[in-house]
Design a binder for this molecule. Structure first.
Ligand SMILES: Nc1ncnc2c1ncn2[C@@H]1O[C@H](COP(=O)(O)OP(=O)(O)OP(=O)(O)O)[C@@H](O)[C@H]1O
Length: 220
């Protein structure tokens, strides 16, 4: 599958110039792509458009087959999110925090717990499954949030600065689990597609490719 944005233009009320001005980006399942660029260049805006949270003023965004046919899958159903605000439930255990995501997607609680254990194993946190979120470190919480994104079984994962609050050693290990888990994610048979907005050159370097936002457009 491909998540495809073509000619995306977004203009916020009151702004003279569009934030995005004919931006193109295509991400395939099994591929990890970093979006970099200066603060205010529109990275988070592009992510919101890809995830169906924001409708562009012009351009098209769609989930396509490998051959380029429109799947008809709504954008909001194609992707799960890893946001800067982690929003874990502090008094719930790691596995419950992850299972909630599957349960909200309609999975029965017992099955949701099974899936959550598997997702925590993918991010290297199986041994903390029973720990309450409030006692986990920042890096461990970030892994819980990664597992929560994966357990929703979507073809794409959209991550906005997933390591923004972490020191460099923790960033490296969270990145290991994020990239490893996304690539091993069974949803499409070849891993989920990952789009990650980042200011961290190391995150960009570890992705399959990095694109830059410049003057409202995506440049390689
Ligand atoms: N809902 C909104 N209403 C009005 N302006 C907005 C809105 N969302 C974003 N903007 C503006 O659009 C521009 C791009 O914002 P965006 O958050 O996409 O940039 P970014 O590249 O992700 O920045 P950063 O790296 O600082 O997070 C900014 O000037 C921002 O103030």
């Amino acid at each position: 599958m491909r998540l495809s944005a073509r000619g995306v233009t977004v203009r916020f009320d009151g702004s003279d110039a569009p934030v995005l001005d004919g931006a193109d980006l295509e991400v395939r399942t099994g591929e990890t792509v970093a979006i970099v660029g200066p603060s205010g260049s529109g990275k988070s805006t592009l992510l919101s458009v890809l995830g169906g949270l924001l409708a562009p003023d012009a351009g098209t965004v769609a989930v396509l087959t490998d051959d380029g046919a429109d799947t008809g899958v709504p954008l909001a159903a194609a992707s799960s999110w890893i946001l800067q605000t982690t929003n874990v439930l502090p008094e719930r255990t790691a596995v419950e925090n992850v299972a909630i995501s599957a349960a909200l997607a309609g999975v029965a609680w017992c099955d949701a717990l099974d899936r959550a254990h598997a997702a925590l194993a993918l991010v290297g946190l199986a041994d903390r499954a029973g720990s309450r979120a409030r006692v986990l470190s920042g890096g461990e919480v970030q892994r819980v949030v990664t597992a929560r994104a994966l357990v929703a079984d979507r073809a794409f994962v959209l991550a906005d600065e997933p390591t923004g609050q972490l020191d460099s050693a923790t960033t490296a290990s969270v990145l290991d689990s994020l990239l490893g888990a996304v690539r091993a994610h069974p949803v499409t048979g070849r891993g989920a597609g990952l789009v990650v907005v980042t200011h961290d050159p190391e995150v960009a370097r570890r992705c399959d490719r990095a694109v830059r936002l410049d003057s409202g457009r995506v440049v390689a």
